[in-house]
Design a binder for this molecule. Structure first.
Ligand SMILES: [Zn+2]
Length: 124
């Protein structure tokens, strides 16, 4: 028996780390480990392969934000280097690790909603 699931916004369910089909079950079993299947609707999540995508977006976004903030702080306040390190090393870790999981969820949800998969040669 198949259920009809209302279409989910890949942005809402992806950023929340929810199943891209039902929007209820959790997508992750660990910090970044995708479950084999959804516990709510049973969607096989083996298709989920975001590859290096989340890391690329985290690098670009966090690099832009943290580097911009670091440059501004250095130019505006000229803090001693040890204080700069105490503030910006944890800030970098928090921003990067905080963005990884939502971005991975978003890419998996976009992969599901756009039916993206490996290219294959048609065999006849
Ligand atoms: Zn589900």
């Amino acid at each position: 028996m198949t259920h009809d699931y209302p279409p989910q916004s890949p942005y809402a369910v992806g950023l929340a780390g929810r199943c891209p089909r039902c929007g209820e079950g959790s997508l992750f079993s660990g910090f970044l480990t995708v479950r084999p299947s959804c516990a709510q609707c049973g969607l096989d999540l083996a298709f989920a392969d975001s590859g290096d995508g989340p890391a690329v977006f985290v690098t670009l976004l966090a690099g832009f934000v943290v580097m911009g903030l670091g440059l501004w702080t250095m130019l505006k306040f000229e803090p001693p280097f040890w204080l700069f390190l105490i503030i910006f090393v944890p800030l970098t870790l928090i921003v990067c690790l905080g963005m990884l999981r939502p971005l991975k969820g978003l890419l998996v949800a976009l992969q599901y909603s756009n039916k993206a998969e490996q290219g294959q040669l048609e065999d006849k």
